[in-house]
Each structure stands twice: as C-alpha cells, then as structure tokens.
Design a protein around this ligand. Structure first.
Ligand SMILES: CC(C)(COP(=O)(O)OP(=O)(O)OC[C@H]1O[C@@H](n2cnc3c(N)ncnc32)[C@H](O)[C@@H]1OP(=O)(O)O)[C@@H](O)C(=O)NCCC(=O)NCCS
Length: 187
C-alpha cells in the first residue's frame, strides 16, 4: 500500500473528469445505501456525472481538488466555490469524497484544507457545507472544527431526508492552526 507522502493533492484537470465521476458514483453508492433509494443509486449515470465534472473543471480548475496516488489513480476529490445560499458564509464546500479503501488515512483532511486554502485565496473567509443528517461522516466535520449552523428538509432522488449545515466562520484562523504538512498544495 502507498504511504501518505506518495499522495498528491492538486487542482483537477479536464482529463480527471472520468476518474472523479467513477469515484463519485462509487462513493455515493457505498455512502448512501440505505439512506437513499436503491433505484436512484443504481440509476446514477457515470457519463452524466463525467460531463458535469468536466464542465466544473473547465469553469474553474482551482475549485476542484483531487488526491492522486503515485500511479495516477484518483483516491479522493472535493470541490468548493461561492456559497449558493445563506450569505453569512461566503464560501461553500460542495463535495468531499475519499475512496472507501483510502478512508481514515488523512486524505479527507488534506483535501478539505486544500479547499479552504482555495476559498481564502479567492477572497472567501468562511465556509458552509451541507451533509445528510444520517451520514456518520458528519462527525468528521465536527472533528475538523465545524459547528452545526442550520438544517433543512431536502429531497434526493425522491427520498425526503434532513440535511445539516456545518460552518467554519474563520477559515484563515483555522488554517493558521493546521500543521505545515497539511498546507502543501498550491492555493
Ligand atoms: C468523510 C470523509 C471525506 C473523511 O475523509 P477521510 O480521509 O476518511 O478522513 P481523515 O482520515 O482525513 O480523518 C481526519 C480526522 O477525522 C476523523 N474522522 C474521519 N471520519 C470520521 C467519522 N466518520 N466520524 C468521526 N471522525 C472521523 C479521523 O479519525 C481523523 O481524526 P484525527 O484528527 O484524530 O486523526 C471520507 O470518510 C468519505 O469520503 N466518506 C464517505 C463519503 C462522504 O460521506 N463524504 C461526505 C459527504 S458530505
């Protein structure tokens, strides 16, 4: 197994779109099995997701970050940008996923920090992130200093479910506290 130092966090390139889409669908199916409808999860289209990711990367590659192994495989990804809703947070983390075999090895933390650095570099000093209440991964965000700031009912693939918003009000302050190893990637 590769060691952590062989994993690079970098901005995405258009040719990463396929690998991101594959991992996106794989992690959706493993994460949301039992939470969202099986028919919806089975029906997720890799081609449609790939097109969506290619579009996002072409719009602003620095807003999409990938964790890449020494053989070039995409092991995790995340994306960020301006907050689409509540104006009390200027930035938003839209997605963050790590491949099931690579979870709990620090990749999620490194990706999230890279997204925060990108948000700060683009003038956004706070961030919000929405997660399904039933998703145990939300405790990861609490571990990384987030506070619950809001909740709302949403519908995903026909399932009514509650989403919780986590917020970081001071990204520069948060980043000042993280270790130098976590600050490796370009803003
Ligand atoms: C949530 C996720 C991104 C975290 O990434 P990861 O690489 O597994 O997490 P890391 O190894 O970087 O963990 C960082 C810290 O958070 C803790 N942590 C990770 N997952 C956790 C969880 N589910 N509950 C509580 N703490 C957790 C780790 O123990 C570690 O703690 P430490 O600082 O004491 O070492 C990843 O597990 C994932 O992709 N999960 C499935 C998909 C998903 O739900 N994504 C979020 C959708 S909004």
């Amino acid at each position: 197994m590769a060691v952590m130092s062989e994993i690079t966090i970098r901005s995405a390139r258009p040719e990463d779109a396929r690998g991101i889409a594959r991992l996106d669908i794989e992690t959706w199916r493993t994460t949301y099995a039992g939470m969202l409808s099986t028919a919806y999860l089975v029906g997720l289209s890799e081609r449609r997701r790939e097109a969506g990711w290619r579009g996002a990367i072409l719009r602003e590659p620095r807003d999409v970050r990938v964790a890449v192994g020494s053989n070039g495989a995409i092991l995790g990804f995340g994306s960020c940008g301006p907050n689409r809703g509540d104006r009390s947070f200027t930035g938003e983390v839209f997605t963050l996923y790590v491949a099931p075999d690579w979870q709990n090895q620090g990749i999620g933390r490194r990706l999230l920090i890279a997204l925060f650095r990108r948000l700060v570099a683009s003038g956004r000093r706070s961030a919000i992130l929405w997660v399904l209440r039933e998703n145990p991964s939300r405790f990861f965000y609490e571990r990384l200093g987030a506070q619950q700031v809001s909740r709302k009912p949403i519908a995903v693939g026909g399932t009514a479910i509650e989403a919780i918003a986590y917020g970081w009000r001071d990204l520069p302050g948060f980043l000042a506290e993280v270790s130098s190893q976590d600050r490796e990637s370009e803003p």
